[in-house]
Design a protein around this ligand. Sequence first.
Ligand code: COA
Length: 157
Amino acid sequence: MNVVVEPMRWWDVDAVHDLECDLFPSDAWSAEQFWQELAQPTRRYLVAREGAAIVGYAGVFVMAPDADVQTVGVRPDRQGHGIAGALLSTLIEAAEAGGVTHTMLEVRADNQAAHALYERLGFERISARQRYYPDGGDAIVMRRARSSAERLVGHDD
Ligand SMILES: CC(C)(COP(=O)(O)OP(=O)(O)OC[C@H]1O[C@@H](n2cnc3c(N)ncnc32)[C@H](O)[C@@H]1OP(=O)(O)O)[C@@H](O)C(=O)NCCC(=O)NCCS
């Protein structure tokens, strides 16, 4: 089935929140936090839809010339098919077209799938934050420069 990437709407929040709770059981955002994100003009959120089901979501904070990846998640049974890549590359392309020159993010040091994804999208490690997460996990800070030669494309399903 085709995956369609489109803006997240208020009526998507419950399904996105359910997915968030599956993906981040210890520190999931509440539905109210997603509502607040959607209400902010500096935020851009997308969902990936397969038929009626939401299989992924991602958001960025954009204040040109800077942007920050807020979150990204893909339903476990649909991971590894380029869905997160498609979501993030769409958000970053739009942000860079609007004047963003650098996009930042923090990622858990032990999240190998996310590291692979971000490196493919042209992010480079710039620093580490010890015990950044509430459970004591370390974070890696990564940055993508607009001039990055990396291709902003996902893989084919
Ligand atoms: C990280 C995440 C969003 C990636 O979503 P996805 O749709 O599978 O991403 P893509 O298919 O676009 O790319 C994933 C990359 O990770 C690789 N990968 C997938 N699972 C992996 C694993 N367990 N270990 C190492 N690499 C893995 C894929 O091969 C791919 O790399 P490649 O492009 O070099 O082949 C997804 O794993 C997820 O939702 N994880 C839980 C939530 C999370 O950790 N979010 C990020 C918070 S910073």
